[in-house]
Design a protein around this ligand. Structure first.
Ligand code: FES
Length: 131
């Protein structure tokens, strides 16, 4: 398995998403994929789609889930297994420029040619891993 085979799920832990329960969402997604080497669940610090959070972004699939609730974790997690986005609207309320900027940031951090993509650890350096 290479780094390109891994589906990464970034769960925003910025202020606004956290205030809406994204800490719990991160824990739920991490528990869901514990031991699964094909999926990596990671905290992320703010996609700038704060008004629409909690935001959860699949990369490299480039699928954006906004306003994620705990009761949607199973359906959204199934996306990692099937490759098909969950049966809900994805990123409709998030302005295109925000999504584009967020995906570009992920390309720089995790895309082909990025050194960071080969470095294990949280995508938000300094983020406590025990949260
Ligand atoms: S706090 Fe989550 S997108 Fe900004």
């Amino acid at each position: 398995m290479t780094v390109d085979d891994v589906q990464r799920i970034f769960v925003c832990q910025g202020f606004f998403c956290s205030a809406r329960g994204s800490y719990r969402l991160l824990a739920e997604f991490q528990a869901r994929f514990a031991g699964d080497e094909t999926v990596r669940v990671e905290p992320y610090y703010c996609f700038n789609g704060c008004s629409h959070g909690p935001n959860v972004v699949f990369y490299p699939a480039r699928v954006w889930y906004e306003g994620v609730r705990s009761d949607e974790v199973s359906a959204i997690a199934a996306h990692a297994a099937t490759g098909e986005p969950a049966g809900r609207e994805c990123g409709r309320r998030v302005p295109a420029i925000v999504k584009e900027t967020g995906f570009e940031a992920l390309d720089r951090k995790c895309g082909p040619g990025s050194d960071a993509r080969r470095t294990p650890g949280p995508s938000w350096p300094g983020f406590p891993s025990d949260r």
